[in-house]
Design a binder for this molecule. Sequence first.
Ligand SMILES: C[S@@+](CC[C@H](N)C(=O)[O-])C[C@H]1O[C@@H](n2cnc3c(N)ncnc32)[C@H](O)[C@@H]1O
Length: 226
Amino acid sequence: MKLIVVGLFFWAQSVIFCIKNLPIFFKHPYLIYIDFWLFIYYFFNFSQEKHLVEMKQACNKKGWSFNDDTSDFTYGETPYFTIRNILKSVSPTANDTFVDLGSGKGRCVLFAACYFGLEAVGVDMIPSFRILSSKVVNRLSLTSINLVESDFEAINFDNYSIIYICGTCFGKETWDIIHSKLGAVKTGTRVVSVTYSLQSSNLRMVSASVERFEWGLDKVYIYQCG
Ligand SMILES: C[S@@+](CC[C@H](N)C(=O)[O-])C[C@H]1O[C@@H](n2cnc3c(N)ncnc32)[C@H](O)[C@@H]1O
């Protein structure tokens, strides 16, 4: 019974999200095509079981043991209408480079590139996300998109001018690393943090708002360096 209620909830939510995404799909119908191919590749090549195995491997790489307290790799997505609102409020220009730290299936990255024409990079430790979403990128010959399989700890934050951190489930260790790396970003860089406010002294808060995500309403903090 509980399973049916949860299933109905997620079904109703995806219908509502689809309706809220309609104006976006009218403006950029290509996103429907992207979603279609994402669905096809993930439906036939990915499962909860495979995700679990890859999450365990990612934990091993980080030297963590995988248990109920390991929340860093918990999955949830930012809907298109939410990432549109967020990106609109950072006023992106053609010179900006967007990065999603922990990009999952890369929908925010694909959206940033297709809707705003940004050069966009997604970084995630789960191999299937890079492999399957890159197939969609290649199949549709999308340009300016790079999906990287890596720990975002290892990337240079100062290569990017818009940094998106949907870190609701990141643990303290991860947040400490993010904070130390944010200390080195370039002047003018905009940093978006979901759920948690940031404490880097070089970042000035520009706005705080509430947006809808797959897991419900959540806070979105926007900062600018310098
Ligand atoms: C909540 S999902 C966010 C997905 C996407 N950013 C979005 O908003 O739709 C968080 C993602 O971060 C990834 N992740 C967690 N820790 C990571 C790390 N250290 N390096 C790279 N990816 C990481 C997880 O695998 C997961 O896919």
